[in-house]
Write a protein that binds this ligand. Structure first.
Ligand code: HEM
Ligand SMILES: *[C@@H]1O[C@H](CO)[C@@H](O)[C@H](O)[C@H]1NC(C)=O
Ligand SMILES: *[C@@H]1O[C@H](CO)[C@@H](O)[C@H](O)[C@H]1NC(C)=O
Length: 378
């Protein structure tokens, strides 16, 4: 947290000290163990730039179920596989709703889609619909040619870089590849200069993942200490315009009865308002344009940073561990035609690779992975 935040918080602490002090005593007895907190801010001061690391350290002291108070938000941290299974599987429905944050209200069309919608009939229906229309095995298989095409383009460009001995910004390339694949599945197009998402999606992911004081100390919300209000507005306006353009294009196609061989996700969502989808009659009635936008945004946000950051980390670890890379290359040799070795720029050794991370929803690499591809001859 920045120092300006502390400067505001510290005077408030004194004034409200007695209030929390009196109330916390009787409550504590029923809660799991955890570190003692300060008035008002609770345990917030124990979390630094990488809160997940700090929480891990604390849980090693206080055990697999731990209580923290983050500002005014009581928080239980679980960190053992059996407990996690209890929460995410056994008692899934109890914990299915996510806490709403300032970012979620601002950036998710007032929580109208899946990720931030509270558990209930609408959520169940819309999740089932998306799973069957976008994420089912048949759907995924029937669109695999599109992803293969995009992958082919990337392999071609890597071959070009290998021939020219050029350093490739691998992180950036991966992000583009995932974006192109996802956009093709969602809106049937991989690139369109009218909607460049390469800046706004990372910004949205950042805004959704960053530590917002207003979520933990709502009384400070109106002060907008971190200046997030403006960033929320700008990012929301940008993505809203993009989504509107995409929807208008698809509506135009529907009006002109353009026959599409491959109906994309937006086509399907829009036709939900007209066609009958057995089992989704109720959903048809409750969907309007803002729900459609919210759902597309959920899928974009769900798919992009998660996928490309996972691959980014996996590839970085492989480049850093040549022994493991060799094993993998041997395994995939029989099924893959294209296969690259990666050299780090300026002759730096794989052992010196910077593997630091930045905090966020999907924990991206702090430094982009840059390396020169070398074609491996079979
Ligand atoms: C490697 C890639 C991915 C990772 C690591 C990942 C990770 C996650 C995690 C950890 C959750 C939360 C689960 C929970 O709270 O129970 C989640 C939820 C979700 N993911 Fe993914 N995801 C990935 C890819 C995708 C893709 C490709 C899509 C969509 C096309 C997607 C859409 C969603 C949605 C809509 C949710 C919310 C579901 C709900 O609220 O029940 N994700 N993902
Ligand atoms: C790699 O690409 C990212 C995203 O476009 C950019 O921010 C970064 O500066 C690039 N890194 C290098 C070393 O070119
Ligand atoms: C839905 O029906 C309306 C009215 O018949 C029509 O104008 C619109 O294009 C249809 N939309 C889709 C996506 O089929």
């Amino acid at each position: 947290m920045s120092t300006s935040v502390y400067i505001i918080i510290l005077p408030l602490m004194g004034a409200l000290w007695w209030f929390f002090h009196l109330r916390s005593k009787e409550r504590r007895s029923k809660l799991p163990p955890g570190p003692a907190g300060l008035p008002i801010i609770g345990n917030l001061h124990m979390l630094g730039e990488l809160p997940h690391r700090d929480i891990t350290k604390l849980s090693q002291i206080y055990g697999p179920i731990m209580y923290l108070r983050l500002g005014s938000v009581p928080t239980i941290v679980i960190s053992s596989p059996p407990l996690i299974e209890q929460v995410l599987k056994t008692h899934d429905t109890v914990f299915a709703s996510r806490p709403k944050t300032q970012a979620s209200k601002f950036l998710s069309y007032d929580n109208k889609a899946i990720v931030f919608k509270e558990y209930g009939p609408y959520w169940r229906s819309v999740k089932k619909f998306c799973t069957s229309q976008l994420l089912s095995t048949t759907k995924i298989e029937s669109t695999s040619w599109q992803r293969k095409e995009e992958l082919g383009l990337m392999v071609e460009s890597l071959r070009g870089a290998a021939a020219a001995r050029e350093v490739v910004n691998v992180s950036e390339k991966l992000a583009r590849l995932i974006e192109d694949m996802t956009c093709r599945m969602l809106f049937g197009k991989s690139r369109d200069e009218r909607f460049d998402m390469s800046k706004v999606i990372p910004e949205l992911a950042c805004l959704n993942g960053l530590f917002n004081v207003a979520d933990y100390l709502p009384i400070l919300g109106p002060l907008d200490l971190q200046g997030l209000g403006r960033r929320f507005k700008v990012a929301f306006k940008t993505i809203d315009n993009i989504l509107e353009t995409i929807i208008n294009d698809h509506e135009e196609d529907a009006r002109n009865s353009n026959v599409k061989l491959n109906r994309d996700f937006v086509d399907v969502l829009l036709s939900l308002q007209n066609d009958t989808f057995p089992g989704f009659e109720q959903l048809s009635k409750s969907i309007d344009q803002s729900n459609v936008k919210a759902l597309i945004l959920d899928m974009l946000m769900g798919a992009l940073d998660t996928s490309h950051n996972s691959i980014d980390w996996i590839l970085s670890e492989l480049v850093r561990n040549p022994r493991v890379m060799k094993i993998l290359q041997a395994e995939i040799e029989s099924v893959l035609v294209h296969n690259f070795n990666w050299e780090l720029p300026d002759g730096s050794s794989h052992a010196e690779m910077d593997m630091s991370e930045t905090f966020g929803l999907t924990m991206p690499r702090a430094k982009h992975l840059c390396a020169t591809p070398c074609v491996r001859l079979p």
